[in-house]
Design a binder for this molecule. Sequence first.
Ligand SMILES: Cc1cc2nc3c(=O)[nH]c(=O)nc-3n(C[C@H](O)[C@H](O)[C@H](O)COP(=O)(O)OP(=O)(O)OC[C@H]3O[C@@H](n4cnc5c(N)ncnc54)[C@H](O)[C@@H]3O)c2cc1C
Length: 402
Amino acid sequence: MKPAPTTSAPAFDYVIVGGGLQGCLLAHALAWHRPEAAVLMLEQAAELCGNHTWSFHETDVAPQARGWFDPLVAHRWPGYRVRFPALSRRVRIPYATITSDRLREATLSLAGERAGSARAGRLVIRTGESCEILSPTTVRLGETAEISCLAVIDCRGRAAAAGLPGGAGYQTFIGHEYATARRWPASEPTVMDVRADQAAGFEFLYELPLGPDRVLLEYTRFHDEPDCDPSRAAALISTRLAEVGAGSAALIRTEQGCLPMPYAAEPRREGPSLAGGYAGGWYHAATGYSMPLAVRFAELVARARPDQVAVEVAAAAAEDRLRRGFSRFLNRLLFCLVRPENRWKIFQRFYRVLPEARISRFYAHRFTFTDAARIIIGRPPAGLAPIRFARSFISLPGPVPT
Ligand SMILES: Cc1cc2nc3c(=O)[nH]c(=O)nc-3n(C[C@H](O)[C@H](O)[C@H](O)COP(=O)(O)OP(=O)(O)OC[C@H]3O[C@@H](n4cnc5c(N)ncnc54)[C@H](O)[C@@H]3O)c2cc1C
C-alpha cells in the first residue's frame, strides 16, 4: 500500500518548475525584486540550463530589468551584420548572448551553492527530480511529498507547451563552437549569411565571434519538417572555416535543436498553474527568440504581489494578443503562402526596408501597428496571390494563454 501523501504548510513563496531559460531568469528577477521570498526551483535534468547559446538584441530588455539581467550576459557586440544575395547590411543594434554555463553558474551562486541541492539563502535548487503540478499552489515531488506555496510557476518549456493544432514550420539549428589557431577575422556577429542556393528552403549560417580565437558557427534552416541536416550543416560550416583560413580549428562544443514556428491561432492553455517561457507562450513565434518575452514575464511575476501574479500576467498577455497573432501570421506567410525557394526574400526585404528602430521593436515584441504594416506592405514575394494573403491575415489572431 502506498503511504498517504504528506502535506506541509507553505514552506516557499514560489515554486519554479523547470530550470531552463525562463526558470533561471525568474529566479534572478525574484532575488532582485523580492529578496525576502523563499523560492524552490525543481529541475528534472541532472543540471540546470541545458546546452544553449541564447542571443538577443540588447533593446529586447527593458531598462528596469537591467539590474538583475546584466550580470548574466556573457558576450556583447555593438552591432551585427546580415548578408543576402542582394544585400549586405550592418545593423547598429547592440547584440548579446547568455550562455548556459554563465546562467547556470549565476543561478547556483544565487542559491549559495556551486553544485548540488542543499538549501542556502532564499533560493533552493533541486536537480534530477521531476515533479507534477497539482494546482496553482501545490506540486508533488516523487510519490508522496506535496509541497505547497503561494504560487507555482510552470517553466517546463516545450514539454508543457500547448499543442500546435493547425500546424507549424520549424527552425532547426546545428551549431559548432571552435577554438581557432588564428584570430577570427570578424569581430561582430553575422546573424544571417544567406548564400545564393536556397532551393531547399530558407537556410543560412549564423556566426558568433565569442572571442578573438573563438567562434560559434550555426547552420539554421526554416523547414516544413523538424529534421536537421547534419551533412548540409557540416558542408556550410567547413566552407566558412576554409574561407577564412581556419580549416584546422578545433571543435570544442556542439549544440543542436529544433523550434516549432507555429502559424495556427494560439491555443488556449489548460495547465493547472501559471506558465512562463515556452510552456506559457512567452516566446516570439516569428523569430524563435525567447529572451524578450522570457525577461518580460520574469519582471511581471517578480514585481507583482504573489496573489496578483496570475491577474497581471493575463493582462499583459492580453495586451500582447495582436502582436502574438501577427507573429503567427508571419509564420503562415513564410511556411504556407510563399514557395520554399522564395522564403529568404521575405527576410532580405525585412532588412532592406526597415530602419533600426523598427527592427528592434519587432525583435523585442513591442512592434506597433505601423511597424507591422511596414513589414508586410509592399510588392508580394513571387507566387503569392493577394487574395490568399488577405484571407490568411483576417483569420488571426486567436486566444492568448490563460
Ligand atoms: C538550438 C536552439 C537555439 C536557440 N537560440 C536562441 C537564441 O539565440 N535566443 C533566444 O532567445 N532563444 C533561442 N532559442 C529558443 C530558446 O532556447 C527556447 O525557446 C528557451 O530555452 C525556452 O525557455 P524555457 O525556459 O521555456 O524552456 P527550456 O529552456 O527548455 O527549459 C525547460 C526546463 O524544464 C525542465 N523540465 C521539463 N519538465 C519538467 C518537470 N516535469 N519537472 C522539472 N523540470 C522539468 C527541462 O528539463 C528544462 O530544463 C533557441 C532554441 C534552440 C533549440
